[in-house]
Design a protein around this ligand. Structure first.
Ligand code: 8YV
Length: 311
């Protein structure tokens, strides 16, 4: 039996490539270099990128039936355009939740306990030369607001319960939660009552800029922002100004508006911990994400129900 053609967009490690090649005739060229005959044959794309997958790109592949996204967030894909063209989109939820939640908690600990600067303090010899670092702050018992109580937001909140942090959350509608988690319909009002905000929203136009200058101001000079969602959810210009002027205390960020080329002002800020969009970047989780992406592709080519469709 001939293997179906598959266009791979993005970089895949060897374990994914081997698995793809076992089941598919893989094509790895940029979309604009795909020849007309192949373009008209291609029924599926394995997408692993944060560059936009536009309506115009979909129109270059007239037989396209599936965009299998590597990642839970599919904000790069114009799903409205896909739906209008009868193209299904799948993502990779659940398998990355624990790693993303772990990193969010790790970032809260790292920024509050000053762990990154403390590491440099030891390595540079400053500890011996200049004595102890200034004291840092306690995490246990701090009031944390989770912005977006989806799978990942909930997993972060559940972990933070162990730190005895009163949990507030913002979402469009109240969710079923333990009775002592408090719902807020307004992020700025919630921020005013929190020591830290953890942003766990999905990306896309609905959530763009939801963390406003006003919310950062309400969080205040002792407050901390953690973002493991998308750079687009935060007004980044306001965030930089707030961190530079001290109207916001600190931020730990895994995502940036213009990543991977982040605004160079971030690098000069001492009150930040910066991560290279690595919340899901463990071998275990990336293998599971690849497997789920392929399971969706396999289901599509076998005419079976998709495992994790989003449209
Ligand atoms: C990326 C992510 O998918 O799942 C998501 O939404 O942001 C990440 O896990 C990862 O960077 C691979 O592109």
């Amino acid at each position: 039996m001939t293997k179906p053609d598959l266009l791979l967009i993005g970089d895949y490690p060897g374990w994914d490539m081997q698995a793809f090649q076992a089941g598919y005739t893989c094509h790895h060229s940029p979309l604009d270099q795909v020849d007309a005959a192949l373009a008209s044959r291609l029924r599926a794309v394995a997408f692993k990128d944060h560059i936009p997958f536009t309506a115009q790109m979909m129109d270059q592949l007239p037989s396209l039936g599936l965009i299998a996204n590597f990642g839970v967030g599919y904000d790069a894909i114009d799903t409205q355009a896909a739906t209008a063209r009868g193209i299904k989109v799948t993502n990779t939820p659940d398998v990355l939740t624990d790693d993303v939640a772990d990193l969010a908690v790790g970032m809260l600990l790292a920024i509050t306990r000053n762990m990154v600067q403390a590491d440099t303090w030891v390595r540079s010899g400053d500890w011996a030369r200049r004595g102890p670092l200034p004291l840092n702050r306690t995490v246990t018992g701090k009031r944390v607001g989770i912005v977006g109580l989806g799978r990942i937001g909930r997993a972060i909140a559940e972990r933070l319960v162990a730190f005895k942090t009163p949990i507030s959350y913002y979402s469009r509608t109240p969710k079923k939660t333990p009775s002592d988690w408090s719902y807020h319909a307004d992020i700025t009002q919630m921020a005013a009552q929190c020591d830290a905000l953890v942003v766990a929203l999905s990306g896309g136009p609905d959530t763009a800029g939801l963390i406003t200058a006003a919310a950062l101001k309400a969080l205040g000079p002792e407050g901390t922002l953690i973002n493991i969602s998308r750079g687009s959810t935060v007004d980044e210009a306001a965030l930089l100004t707030a961190l530079e002027t001290g109207t916001l205390g600190a931020a730990a960020l895994d995502v940036f508006a213009t990543e991977p080329a982040c605004d160079p002002r971030f690098a000069t800020l001492k009150n930040t911990v910066l991560q290279p969009h690595q919340a899901s970047a463990t071998i275990e989780t990336r293998q599971a994400m690849g497997q789920l992406q392929r399971d969706n592709l396999d289901a599509f080519f076998a005419d079976k129900p998709l495992i994790t469709p989003v449209n």
